[in-house]
Write a protein that binds this ligand. Structure first.
Ligand SMILES: CC(C)(COP(=O)(O)OP(=O)(O)OC[C@H]1O[C@@H](n2cnc3c(N)ncnc32)[C@H](O)[C@@H]1OP(=O)(O)O)[C@@H](O)C(=O)NCCC(=O)NCCS
Length: 179
């Protein structure tokens, strides 16, 4: 278990089963907004739907395969960020994130991504971190761009979103580029 400070108001923590209701409420309040870019939102209909997933996230952390963390703003869950597993052989990983609609626009996610980059490059000693964003997901693209990621190209039909495929931009940051 961990609780990582991002700044005065923001921290990251591993979620436990007891957090399922709070997590459900946050997603439920931003359902239509999150649904535009996240393929799993419709499946999450009840608070109990989060329990097996939280268990899976805890297993991921225990297996030393990265982690999924709740983002807390002044002690309340406002989103999530995590590594989609770690490829230790090639020393690389990728990051995914979402934030509740009403907590956008304050730099919370940019700061949280910086914290994960520090973990990836300093603690895990990885060489490469990727972020994939929908080509039209301007707010998501702004995060790697703000942090100096390089754009590598477009992955065609990278993800299926409910009734259509969409293209994603692949961004990367290398250890030697992060300070
Ligand atoms: C993608 C997502 C996390 C971006 O949220 P966000 O609030 O725009 O990102 P940040 O928290 O980093 O905030 C950046 C904004 O705060 C402003 N800001 C204020 N203080 C700031 C600071 N200290 N540092 C950086 N930005 C700051 C920035 O100018 C920017 O505002 P703007 O968009 O009006 O220019 C959010 O839109 C989201 O969850 N979308 C739905 C799910 C999704 O798309 N996930 C990604 C899938 S690839």
């Amino acid at each position: 278990m961990f609780n990582l400070k991002v700044n005065e108001d923001v921290s990251l923590k591993l979620l436990e089963k007891k957090d399922a209701k709070e997590l459900f409420d946050v997603v439920n309040d931003s359902r239509s907004y999150l649904r535009e870019w996240l393929p799993w939102v419709n499946q999450m209909k009840h608070e109990t739907d989060y329990e097996p997933i939280i268990e899976m996230w805890l297993k991921q952390f225990s297996a030393n395969d990265g982690f999924q963390a709740g983002i807390l703003y002044k002690g309340k869950i406002v989103g999530m960020i995590g590594f989609h597993g770690v490829d230790w052989a090639n020393r690389k990983t990728s990051i995914g994130y979402w934030l509740s609609e009403k907590h956008q626009g304050n730099g919370i996610m940019t700061e949280a991504v910086k914290t994960l980059l520090n973990i990836a490059f300093t603690e895990y000693k990885l060489n490469r971190v990727e972020i994939r964003c929908g080509v039209e997901n301007e707010k998501s693209k702004a995060i790697p761009e703000r942090l100096g990621f390089k754009q590598e190209g477009i992955i065609r039909d990278a993800e299926y979103l409910y009734d259509h495929f969409h293209d994603c931009i692949l961004y990367s940051m290398l250890a030697k580029e992060w300070s």
